[in-house]
Design a binder for this molecule. Structure first.
Ligand SMILES: [Zn+2]
Length: 89
């Protein structure tokens, strides 16, 4: 992938899925999916290199409640994960 993460992220399980922006925000973000099996996979959006500066949701929760202010960015993570054949077992 030509794009590198903008921010430090020290999880070795996470798969980087490129950059994006949150709706109504100028701040660029890094998108990740953290695969731990179908029940425990997380969708993650990092917006700075500070440890806690990210938002995340479990895939299971997002699929049950696919709404809210982060709906678009979580959908983008899922779309990119599918396009790049990230295996979610
Ligand atoms: Zn991770």
């Amino acid at each position: 992938m030509e794009e590198k993460p903008l921010y430090e992220h020290d999880c070795e399980t996470c798969v980087y899925l490129g950059r994006s922006r949150l709706k109504d925000s100028e701040i660029p973000v890094d998108l990740y999916i953290h695969v731990r099996g179908l029940q425990e996979t997380d969708l993650l959006v990092r917006y700075s290199s500070q440890g806690p500066d990210y938002i995340s949701n479990s895939l299971g929760t997002f699929l049950r409640f696919p709404t809210g202010i982060y709906q678009e960015v979580y959908l983008e993570i899922l779309k990119r994960a599918i396009e790049r054949n990230v295996s979610i077992k």
